[in-house]
Design a protein around this ligand. Structure first.
Ligand code: RNT
Ligand code: ZN
Length: 417
């Protein structure tokens, strides 16, 4: 056994932390990896630009252009990261046989069969998202909250189709499918009516959820957002709207994306607030720089804090964790890899924190000791535990993963037009 790990293990033990237990726990925690980092959120069902108030910036060469390329790239990233994964697929990543195109309201499970095959090969589950953006039926920036009944109906049918596809994913993989509803519906400038669009949005989601499904297999979520590019003044799916919707609709989960709040709000504080009321919640884990910029996730303070709130509240099996960011300015496989590894680090660090001891200091109002101990814990030899975890998972414990990506860039990515 590695001498540095042995020494680190002893140090952690003196704080009451068993690092072997932390490592073995983490191996079973699934993290959902978003397919859309690989091609700048475009997908395979349209040629148009990305819309919906979200944006990728940069044009680093080598982005995936076909399902095969995207799956190969994802394969590469997954092979460089420790831990258990799921994949997260958007409806716009439907795969059509030649001449077999159908619009989003007509999607069927068969259009996602290659994703099931890919997931099965890795023993992974699949999460799913209806795609309410980048489509001509987005009218005046609205989908489910549109005043145009034809538009609203189209998107409701899309949502229902996605429920059926989610159930198919769960049945095929044997793992529940988290299906997330997010729309970019909103207004650039001050609206004259904030209520009616939200009433339509509410009715639309209710219609989608009236599609029959097994609540043990499909976990529908509603994701809130404070604003987007071009929808700065109003979003239909605001925080209060989405949270209340989930709270009042059995089987529907709230999904918090930590890029979707005012910059001084933190999702780490919201996690335990929601855990008081919801049996299960979902997260989109990202890094906003000044706004919902969807930079690659790093092992930074707020990331660590979110992981801590999940671990110390014993909620690893109540929180569905998914990555959601997209950077087109750097190697996309490295973007995936750094983000996945960062969340794994954050969870491992949380599992190696003497949470019971810290809580007892708080309850005893020993705030001086609590502050001192929390500072002390920050410099424990976490890097040695991380290395051990990576080695046990059979992935690089150092930066050598980057050499592999560079090789892949030279052999594969650089040959793409
Ligand atoms: C957008 C939301 C949403 C999307 C994905 C692609 O701000 O975060 O979750 O990023 O659906
Ligand atoms: Zn999101």
């Amino acid at each position: 056994m590695n001498a540095r790990y042995e020494s680190a293990k002893k140090i952690y033990a003196s704080f009451g932390v068993d690092t072997d237990v932390a490592i073995s726990k983490l191996k079973n925690v699934p993290l959902s990896v978003h397919c859309w980092q690989g091609d700048d959120v475009i997908g395979f069902d349209h040629d148009g630009p990305l819309t919906g108030g979200i944006q990728t910036t940069g044009n680093y060469p080598g982005k995936a252009r076909t399902p095969e390329e995207l799956m190969n790239d994802m394969d590469k990233a997954l092979s460089l990261c420790p831990g258990k994964k799921k994949i997260n697929v958007h409806a716009c990543y439907a795969i059509f046989e030649k001449g077999g195109f159908v619009d989003r309201d007509k999607l069927e499970p068969k259009h996602f069969a290659p994703w099931v095959e890919f997931a099965k090969k890795h023993g992974m589950g699949i999460d799913f998202n209806p795609t309410f953006f980048s489509h001509p039926m987005v009218k005046d920036g609205l989908t489910l909250s549109s005043p145009d009944e034809k538009v609203r109906k189209f998107w409701i049918e899309h949502g229902k189709a996605c429920i059926r596809i989610s159930q198919y994913f769960a049945e095929e993989t044997g793992i529940p499918c988290v299906m997330n509803i997010w729309t970019g519906d909103g207004f650039k400038d001050i609206p004259a009516d904030r209520l009616t669009p939200r009433m339509r949005y509410k009715a639309s989601i209710e219609e989608i959820l009236s599609e029959p499904f097994d609540t043990n297999k499909v976990k529908p979520c509603v994701e809130s957002k404070v604003f987007g590019i071009g929808v700065e003044s109003f979003t239909a799916g605001s925080a209060e709207f989405s949270l209340t919707f989930a709270a009042t609709h059995e089987g529907c989960l709230p999904l918090m994306d930590n890029g979707h709040y005012h910059p001084t709000e933190v999702v780490s504080d919201k996690i335990p607030a929601l855990l008081c009321f919801f049996p299960e919640i979902a997260l989109h884990i990202t890094r906003g720089v000044r706004w919902d910029s969807d930079h690659v996730l790093l092992f930074d303070d707020e990331t660590k804090e979110m992981a801590k709130e999940i671990v110390r509240n014993d909620a690893l099996d109540r929180v569905y964790m998914a990555l959601d960011y997209f950077d087109a300015s750097i190697n996309r496989i490295a973007a995936w890899t750094v983000g996945i590894r960062s969340w794994q680090k954050a969870l491992l660090a949380a599992l190696c924190t003497p949470n019971a001891k810290l809580k007892s200091l708080q309850d005893a109002a020993q705030f001086t000791e609590l502050m001192a101990m929390q500072e002390e814990v920050k410099t424990l030899p976490f890097g040695d535990v991380w290395k051990q975890y990576c080695e046990e998972c059979g992935v690089a414990s150092d930066l050598s993963w980057l050499d592999e990506i560079k090789q892949y860039e030279a052999d594969v990515l650089s040959k793409r037009g």
